[in-house]
Design a protein around this ligand. Structure first.
Ligand code: ATP
Ligand code: MG
Length: 379
């Protein structure tokens, strides 16, 4: 087992004028589960493939267990890769697929069989060892691919979107299995996904990349509570944070009728409000929210005194079971909007709010974020 260090690592594909990965600096502890996450094309796979030795390093170096492996061939690095497309050998049994690399490396039949059996037990594949991959479900094939990596007992696992071929429900159960397995094995793991929910639920720490550059590496909670910039703030969280470019007048950000004291002397600021950081005000008409909701709205009237409220015309209600999200936009003629053009709000699922209705929202002041309107960095 071993930690991994990316020391200012860059990669440029032939003929490209920008770097696919730009001066990546990452320290991964022995046994840690790190997730690389970011939008398509941000450099996740390239970063992982450099660690596995499948892409060259243009500048900087990579250490595994304190040893510089930058110029070593893939097979000399003791790294096992699991890809989205696991490419099992269709004419071999599950057991032979799992043991193939070991036999190739000269391990005896008996030792190989023992390791394969161990891994098969861990992955609940024992009853399937003699089956061929064509007769397995997607989830089972995925576990065989994991098994192939596990039997090698490598220093580092590299996984590139290994769950992409699974349906939504299987993804959820398999991601829990992989995270649990990784903890039991204690093998340092670098895991790539574009899915922020997967990243947040699996990683000890999550590294967020954008356009080849590392934006932030932190625990899932820290990423959510303390995003360093607007990119991380909007990428992490589902739906992402509402980002509102607002003028600053007399020290307060102005969003519709809302005035929020802002920690900046700049004339503009980007205000960040998570979907759960809005409170619904009472309806202006005689109708009111349910009693419970009204009392919380009233307490917000006190806390939010002087802050003001904004109106949002409801366009869509997404009912997820335990919670609901309301999406809307400022009514026509409003002088504010979010960067995405949409306002998202988490609401009590028991509230009945109709489409085209207008709701009044008050931000929870102590949950509001501020970012530089010019750089996007957190203030
Ligand atoms: N073989 C290649 N030749 C040239 N450019 C490439 C090659 N592979 C990737 N790139 C470019 O390098 C950048 C990073 O690609 P990479 O595959 O690392 O992204 P990614 O984050 O894994 O994206 P995805 O989520 O779509 O898999 C992209 O701009 C991509 O177009
Ligand atoms: Mg990729």
């Amino acid at each position: 087992m071993a930690g991994v260090h990316y020391a200012g690592v860059s990669h440029r594909y032939p003929g490209a004028d920008t770097l696919a990965v730009d001066s990546l600096e990452l320290d991964i502890a022995d046994g840690e589960f790190i997730v690389l996450v970011g939008p398509s094309g941000c450099g996740k796979s390239t970063s992982l493939r450099m660690l596995a030795g499948l892409e060259s390093v243009e500048s900087g170096h990579i250490d595994i267990g304190g040893v510089d492996v930058t110029s070593l061939a893939p097979r000399e690095r003791d790294v096992a890769m699991v890809f989205q497309n696991y490419a099992l050998y269709l004419n071999m049994t599950v057991g032979d697929n799992m043991g193939f690399a070991l036999r190739n490396a000269g391990m005896s039949k008996a030792d190989t069989a023992a390791r394969v059996l161990d891994a098969a037990k861990m992955l609940e594949l024992e009853p399937l060892l003699n089956r061929k991959p064509g007769k397995l479900s997607g989830g089972q094939r995925q576990r065989v691919a994991m098994g192939r990596a596990i039997v090698r007992q490598p220093k580092v696992f590299c996984m590139d979107e290994p769950l992409s071929n699974l349906d939504a429900k299987l993804r959820v159960s398999t991601r829990a299995q992989i995270a649990g397995l990784q903890k039991r094995l204690g093998t340092t793991t670098v895991y790539v996904t574009h899915d922020q929910v997967e990243a947040m639920t699996m990683g000890d720490r999550v590294a967020v990349l954008q356009a080849g550059k590392l934006q932030q590496i932190a625990s899932p909670r820290e990423l959510y509570d303390n995003p360093v910039n607007t990119f991380v703030a909007s990428f992490i969280g589902s739906p992402g944070m509402n980002l509102i470019d607002a003028p600053v007048v007399d020290g307060a950000a102005v969003v519709g009728d809302i005035r929020i004291p802002a920690p900046t002397r700049d004339p503009r600021v980007t205000v960040g409000i998570r979907p759960e950081s809005w409170s619904l005000r009472e309806r202006s008409s005689a109708q009111s929210w349910s009693l419970r909701e009204r009392s919380s709205a009233q307490s917000w009237d006190l806390v939010g005194k002087g802050v003001g409220a904004v109106e949002v015309a409801v366009e869509l209600i997404e009912e997820l079971g335990a919670e609901s999200f309301l999406y809307g936009a400022p009514p026509l003629g409003s002088d504010w909007s979010t960067q995405s053009g949409r306002v998202s709000v988490r609401v009590d699922r028991r509230l009945s709010i109709g489409l085209a209705e207008t709701v009044r929202l008050v931000p929870k002041l102590d949950e509001v974020f501020f970012f530089s309107a010019t750089t996007g960095d957190r203030l």
